[in-house]
Design a protein around this ligand. Structure first.
Ligand code: ADP
Ligand code: MG
Length: 227
């Protein structure tokens, strides 16, 4: 599903260059769950943004379902992202003015799902993450853990083939975190692929098929040969 070869990302801030990722290679199959661990600043979010088509690599190739997508124009990338990728942001990125239900519905709005089905599916997903009683709450009226679960429900709205989650249990108590990881890992049984960034060794070891480590922008063990 995911074949990344030699992905690099250099951020430029005026004259300063930050090399966030150095020639990272990574293969993730359908039905596979991969955890990425590494210290703060090691490039985890950058790698996830590249895989999520939210950033363009400075170098390297990225094939998604066999198609080269690294160099596509923004519109094409946005279309692919909406259709195939669910992204759970570390900072949630919920829309402040919209209720939990409307936030979760949003991805399907761009995909043209009829209103009634959209609403039903959003409600069902919020129930699955344990927020059936919070449908009308706005992000500011939710706890961090609740907002995180809304973000997870939203990422699943379009039944994406690839789910990318940046610290999805970072704000959850351990029981809720386990429930959410069961839910995410369950996606793999449906043939979806999951890449989770986590600081939590239990999350990595219990729910991921493989654990990869990032250190100073260098990804260890991402390629085929290391499996
Ligand atoms: P992690 O998620 O592992 O904490 P990041 O991918 O967020 O790491 O960041 C990797 C490195 O890139 C860090 O040194 C960070 O300061 C830098 N960085 C991240 N985003 C940007 C940006 N938009 N502009 C400049 N530097 C950035
Ligand atoms: Mg990060």
């Amino acid at each position: 599903m995911v074949e990344a070869q030699g992905l690099s990302k250099v951020y430029r801030l005026g004259r300063v260059e930050v090399v966030a990722l150095r020639r990272a290679s990574l293969v993730v199959d359908a039905g596979e769950s991969v955890a990425i661990m590494g210290p703060s600043g090691s490039g985890k979010s950058t790698l996830l943004f590249l895989l999520g088509l939210l950033l363009r690599p400075t170098a390297g190739t990225y094939r998604l379902q066999g198609c080269e997508v690294g160099g596509l124009p923004p519109g094409e990338r946005a279309r692919l992202r909406a259709r195939h990728i669910g992204f759970v942001f570390q900072t949630f990125n919920l829309i402040p003015g919209l209720s939990a239900l409307r936030n979760v519905e949003l991805p399907a709005l761009y995909n043209g799902m009829p209103r009634r089905r959209r609403r039903e599916r959003a409600r069902e997903l919020l129930e699955r993450v344990g927020l059936g009683e919070r449908l009308r709450h706005r992000p500011a009226e939710l706890s961090g853990g609740e907002a995180q679960r809304v973000a997870i429900a939203r990422a699943l709205m379009n039944a994406p083939l690839l789910v990318l989650a940046d610290e999805p249990t970072g704000n959850l108590d351990s029981a809720t975190g386990r429930r959410i990881m069961d839910l995410l890992a369950g996606l793999c049984a449906e043939g979806r692929a999951l890449v989770v960034v986590t600081h939590n060794a239990e999350v990595a070891e219990r729910w991921a098929h493989r654990v990869l480590r990032l250190r100073d922008g260098v990804l260890e063990g991402g390629g085929d040969g290391d499996r």
